[in-house]
Design a protein around this ligand. Structure first.
Ligand code: TYD
Length: 142
């Protein structure tokens, strides 16, 4: 999941820690490899619920665990990665054409999403079989 691997990449925020606490910063074009056009966040996600369950055709995103923890599954049609985000982790860059699921939120889990474009339903692929077809994958849907 380091450089060169298409299924997710860690983003390291600059961190300023002093006796007053911690300050973390992301800047577009520096740590974030795109211009940020939208932010949203997921919170109060029950531990038995799943978010995501789709891929984006063109959107670039970074997921930040600003509180608590949660798990991200990334799938490029061939390889699946399961990645835990939490207080000790860096943030996760997710490029276009990756199926993602977010789950296993802790009660205080908050996922901040930085996105390269405005909300556009046409950018979503919400059907897993269609996603696999777009990726030319021969993986069987279970
Ligand atoms: P949904 O895509 O189901 O969220 P998730 O990615 O967590 O599974 O979106 C939930 C609702 O919120 C849906 O009605 C679309 C709406 N929405 C917006 O209006 N703007 C946004 O930026 C996002 C991410 C969702």
């Amino acid at each position: 999941m380091r450089e060169g691997n298409p299924v997710g990449e860690w983003i390291n925020a600059q961190s300023f820690n002093d006796p007053r606490g911690s300050l973390k910063v992301f800047e577009a074009g520096k740590e974030i490899p795109f211009d940020i056009r939208r932010i949203y966040y997921l919170s109060n996600v029950p531990s038995d619920q799943k978010r995501g369950g789709h891929a984006h055709r063109t959107l670039h995103q970074v997921f930040v665990a600003i509180s608590g923890s949660f798990t991200v599954l990334l799938d490029d049609g061939k390889t699946e990665k399961i990645i835990k985000l939490g207080p000790q982790s860096q943030s996760l860059y997710v490029g276009p054409m990756l199926w993602r699921e977010l789950y296993d939120f802790s009660p205080d889990g908050v996922c901040l999403c930085l996105a390269s474009n405005l909300y556009e339903e046409a950018d979503y692929i919400r059907d897993y079989s269609s996603f696999l077809k777009s990726m030319g994958s021969t993986k069987a849907v279970t």
